[in-house]
Design a protein around this ligand. Structure first.
Ligand code: HEC
Length: 116
């Protein structure tokens, strides 16, 4: 390999590792079946963003953009715990628990490393 090729390979592997570290939640396996764009954005806007947005961030949490989901939902046990009414403040606040298939979608998005 020439030096140039080695440097290039180095950049690519660093980018891959850095990208993975940034997006990876605990115990997730990358999957693109449920994405923010194809499912999660609508579930959040139907049920959560009224109280969790940039100007009204209840509990400091914003679920109104993909970037905000990565910081505010990632690796937080209370995110799925609240949705499952399981040991954390039950969400959506003051409304019925989300139906099982919606919760399963959110869970598989989290398990799939929260793809965009
Ligand atoms: C009607 C307003 C409202 C809606 C809708 C709502 N939340 Fe909340 N949420 C709140 C408030 C207010 C708090 C802070 C509660 C407290 O501290 O008592 C909160 C707190 C939370 C917390 C932190 C819980 C904890 O125990 O630390 C999470 C996680 C959360 N919400 C997720 C969600 C998700 C996910 C949805 C949609 C499924 C949602 N919320 C919908 C108002 C809402």
């Amino acid at each position: 390999m020439t030096n140039k090729k080695l440097v290039f390979a180095g950049i690519i592997s660093f980018a891959t590792i850095a990208g993975c570290t940034y997006k990876k939640a605990t115990n997730c396996v990358p999957s693109n079946i449920v994405t923010y764009t194809n499912a999660i954005a609508k579930i959040m806007s139907d049920n959560c963003t009224g109280c969790h947005n940039n100007s009204n961030a209840s509990a400091g949490l914003k679920f109104d953009s993909y970037a905000n989901m990565l910081t505010d939902a990632q690796n937080k046990p209370n995110f799925m715990g609240s949705i499952n009414h399981n040991g954390f403040k039950a969400m959506p606040q003051g409304a019925a628990k989300l139906d099982d298939s919606t919760i399963a979608k959110i869970q598989s998005w989290v398990n799939g490393c929260m793809p965009e």
